[in-house]
Design a protein around this ligand. Structure first.
Ligand SMILES: [Zn+2]
Length: 379
């Protein structure tokens, strides 16, 4: 009897000791996933239908900083443990948003993308398909991880231990460049020989991301045009370079995956000192003035990404967001430079000559979206 009682006490004691230890282990596992700079070569198979708020919200569990400085690698939702929904599902917080309605909406097949264009959406607020109604075209446009947003130097979390951001192949020349007026922007898609496609790595990115295309957003006049707003200032133009995660075989495949895309955004500031051309590639824009037209820039006239943006050495902001046109997929790690590029008035006028079926292609920028539960990092 006495021995049996002792055994019971031993078992009870063990349980009391082991239980808290197990939960600590989980805690550490989660924390270490934040610091793990080498993303494990596990290909996350998460379709867009799973990109509800749970994993991203879980990222906030260990993110209550009082200080404006952090020294770990952000993008916590991308950690290995972030993919286990059972592990992080917080019924009290997540159930209300995971309603049947929102799930069925999210599962709906995306109808368009920023690259393909052609979707019936408008940038004019008075139109019935204007920005405030984009969620009726694509439900994700009403999500809580939308772009663009306000970027504020004073409230961003400063990252101290940063890995350098690198653009590999920035001087590579493509075979040709396909320039398109896609109804919403002027888009440059490069055609590469095998192995020459540039890629970006480092900074907030855990893997390498291949370059796909770039395009622009601009205003009817120079007081507006950029999508992001930096320290309450809207620039006359913003460049977006789209990259897709090398874990996936194409941009189209990657764009609906949780870690599928990285977009590098750069502002343009007007350079009015003299009329010396700064961006000679703007001469091609006259070839796509007609709505839905396209033009091929032959090899002899192609230019490397370096000619567009120079060295990738600027300070930047990073946050988790979306494509800024329907279907507004929330699969983008944004990297927005804090240092603007320069453009002359004559060059920006070339953009304003481009036309859509409904008039000049101008003010093709989406209004600022709410930040909700996100953090913006400053590198
Ligand atoms: Zn864009």
């Amino acid at each position: 009897m006495k021995i049996a009682k002792l055994q019971r006490q031993w078992v009870l004691l063990n349980t009391l000791v082991i239980l808290p230890w197990v939960s600590c282990q989980r805690l550490d596992a989660h924390r270490s996933s934040h610091r793990n700079t080498e993303f494990p070569a596990v290909r996350p198979r998460r379709a867009i239908s799973f990109r509800n708020d749970d994993t991203r919200r879980a990222a906030g569990l260990f993110g209550d900083y009082d200080s404006a400085e952090v020294d770990y690698n952000p993008s916590p939702s991308r950690g290995r443990f972030g993919y286990n929904r059972d592990f992080y599902f917080d019924y009290s917080r997540d159930l209300p948003t995971t309603t049947r309605r929102s799930l069925s909406l999210v599962r709906e097949r995306p109808r368009s993308n920023e690259a393909a264009g052609g979707e019936e959406f408008s940038y004019r607020e008075k139109d019935k398909n204007g920005p405030s109604n984009w969620d009726k075209i694509a439900p994700q446009c009403g999500g809580k991880y939308q772009s663009p947003i306000m970027l504020n130097t004073s409230s961003a979390l400063f990252v101290r231990n940063k890995r350098p951001l690198q653009l590999i192949g920035q001087t590579n020349l493509p075979q040709s460049i396909r320039l398109q007026n896609d109804g919403h922007s002027a888009k440059f898609t490069y055609v590469w020989r095998n192995g020459e496609r540039p890629y970006i790595r480092g900074g907030p990115l855990k893997t390498k991301y291949y370059f796909e295309q770039f395009h622009f957003h601009w205003g009817a006049n120079s007081s507006v045009g950029s999508e992001h707003v930096l320290d309450f200032h809207r620039y006359p133009m913003e460049l977006h370079l789209l990259f897709y995660n090398a874990l996936y075989s194409s941009f189209e495949e990657a764009r609906s995956e949780v870690d599928g895309l990285a977009v590098v955004g750069l502002f343009y500031e007007l350079y009015e000192v003299n009329d010396e051309p700064l961006n000679t590639w703007t001469r091609f824009l006259q070839e796509i003035i007609t709505p839905e037209s396209e033009f091929t820039i032959q090899f002899i006239d192609t230019f490397p990404l370096y000619d567009l943006i120079g060295d990738v050495e600027w300070p930047y902001f990073s946050y988790e967001g979306s494509l800024t046109t329907p279907p507004c997929l929330e699969t983008v790690t944004w990297i927005v430079s804090a240092k603007p590029l320069l453009i002359t008035p004559r060059e920006i006028r070339e953009f304003r000559k481009i036309r859509t079926r409904n008039g000049p292609m101008v003010n093709n920028y989406r209004p600022i979206q709410k930040l909700y539960n996100r953090r913006v990092y400053r590198y």
